[in-house]
Design a protein around this ligand. Structure first.
Ligand SMILES: [Zn+2]
Length: 102
């Protein structure tokens, strides 16, 4: 029996395992910038969150993102990320839905 392996990643906030496609990657680049990486290709240490603002907020609250990135994320960075997250949330969900249709 052949098994197709789908690489799974864990949302750092809710600990749910999901395929990479269903998660938003947050990356800490080598120059210590923390940003949302929709391409999934930026180098640096990455953390995954499901595309839900609630998970982002949870990761902020329990410092899951800090731990995953091994970096103290500054409050203003969180604010910036939250704004970006709201922006990409819609895009992300729309992309996911159209992918599901295929
Ligand atoms: Zn989650």
């Amino acid at each position: 029996m052949k098994q197709r392996k789908i690489p799974l990643r864990k949302c750092v906030a809710c600990q749910e395992m999901m395929s990479k496609k269903q998660l938003i990657r947050v990356v800490k680049t080598p120059d210590d910038t923390v940003l949302i990486d929709l391409t999934g290709k930026k180098s640096g240490r990455g953390a995954y969150l499901c595309g839900k603002l609630s998970c982002f907020k949870l990761a902020h609250k329990n410092k899951a993102l800090d731990r995953a990135l091994k970096h103290h994320v500054q409050p203003e960075i969180y604010e910036q990320l939250a704004q970006d997250f709201i922006k990409v949330e819609d895009e992300f969900l729309a992309a996911k839905e159209s992918a599901d249709d295929e």
